[in-house]
Write a protein that binds this ligand. Sequence first.
Ligand code: HEM
Length: 553
Amino acid sequence: MELQIAEVIHLNIYLLGLLILILALIIIASQMKNSKINRFMASVPGPVSFPLIGSAFHLINLDSTTLPDFLRKQLRHYPRIAGYWAAGKAYVYTGDRKILNTIFCSIQNTHKPTHYALFHDLGDGIFSSNGAEWRQTRKQINPSFRTEILQTFSDSFSYHTKVFLDNLQQNANTGSCVDLFTHLHTCTFDLVFENMLGYRMDLQRKKLTYLSKDFTEAAKMTFDRLFNPLFWSPWTYYISGKQNKLDRVARSLRNATKNIIDIHMERRSKNEKNSDLGNSSRFMDILLNNIETKHMSVEKAAEEAADLSIGGSITTSMTVAWALKIMAIRPEIQNTAYQEVMEVSEGKEIMMHDLSKLSYLESVVKETLRHYTVPMVGRDIVEDIQLDENEILPAGVQVILALFCLHHNPELWEKPGAFYPEHFSPENEAKRPKGSFLPFLTGPRSCPGQSYAMQSMKCLLANALLRYKFSSDETLPEDVMDGDYSLLYMLFPKSGFHVRVENRSASKTRTEDQDCSILEKKSLPHFTRKHLESSQPHFETIFENDALRLRSV
Ligand code: HEM
């Protein structure tokens, strides 16, 4: 008996010893890791840091409207890199070209930080996913952005551009201003729904602008939440009543994408496969194939579709709205772009194959993106990155990658604060070091929709210039960084996108002459006319009911 007790005591001491050893190893490992982080943070400049709160007090006034000014000060004080401590966590902020390119191109460091989870309410798909799930989705969707697929969107671009321009006609020659944003956002929703999800919603034709308005409101709420730590907890957000509102809007977009998927699946089950639909690389086919092979639930596919519709519509519409607003304020830029479009079009509508000839217009789009694109993105560093010979960015820090600072760095841009399309003339582009302009990022987690975006934006702008002249009484600040913006994925002007629209009498374009029914018949890239007509009433009913239900809540 005594022997047994001694054995138990002996065993317990042994286990206790093992436990202490494991704990000691964990503490040493974490200290080693932290000391790496501590060493790195001590080596980079940054604001003073106090125990517990770190440098968080610097962020007290930061919100979606003060962000541009904050970024500007960062650029001035810490042009290369800065370190911040907040709530015991190390944050690194950088707008440096070399560092940005090194981080973006790192295959291991594609993780998005936890705050991206706040965007799950709007769409819980590729935009915020991480690890194996992200890798798998990304690999699968990449082919749906190939040139040969994009080329099939040509008629669809023409059709929706034409509807957008027709809708603007009621504001033409009235002398009063129209806010372009909702018009454009509804148009780019139509484009993404049709080209990516294989469904013609015709929101513009039906004047269903609520999707743009509700979604914009929900996105604004999410960005406000991002800057308000009080609302980061689901509980406080729920109690504030905001979560309910957000859910309602998000449900509307999710229902839309889920209904589109249901319609496609129904067709597939009835063997109504379009000959060029079944195994193609189009985005919707990829989702449907994944559902059929049970690699993805219908709900997950709807989330992916919602994410893509958001990412693809708000960014392109905002860029086009900015470019038109700027050309309205700066007639000399508008005239040069118009002359180029006229030469290329020879009086006809600009089609997709004409776009590569519009180099000045492309410079205008790029200069617009330089100023107003997504100003910053975040990454969690999960594996050490060698920044240069003597500098390692350690795993465990979160980085804020400030494209805004890169795009306004006086060492890279001749006139950083001016709107100057000549920054993108072939000579100036050749002089600038590689990786100075990253509106779509670079590397494995860059924007897959870059070519789609450039083509759809140029198509909208070129045809808009052919048909209308834009003007405005607003002025641009001498230094673009002095403007009043809020963060809405990109920089959104507080004054909106109000411009006057006038018909260009001398240049009646083919778009104007053309009977829309011809375009309607031409512009069905995914389905035959029969497919669209048969499904349209079904979907419209579901969607409009949703709209009514939402409005009545
Ligand atoms: C002017 C237009 C656009 C701009 C400036 C833009 C910019 C960006 C940026 C900066 C990111 C990275 C975001 C981050 O890491 O936090 C991104 C990601 C993404 N974009 Fe775009 N984008 C545009 C248009 C589009 C379009 C038209 C589509 C699709 C039709 C699209 C689809 C996506 C997707 C799916 C991602 C997530 C990629 C991933 O995480 O692997 N974007 N975009």
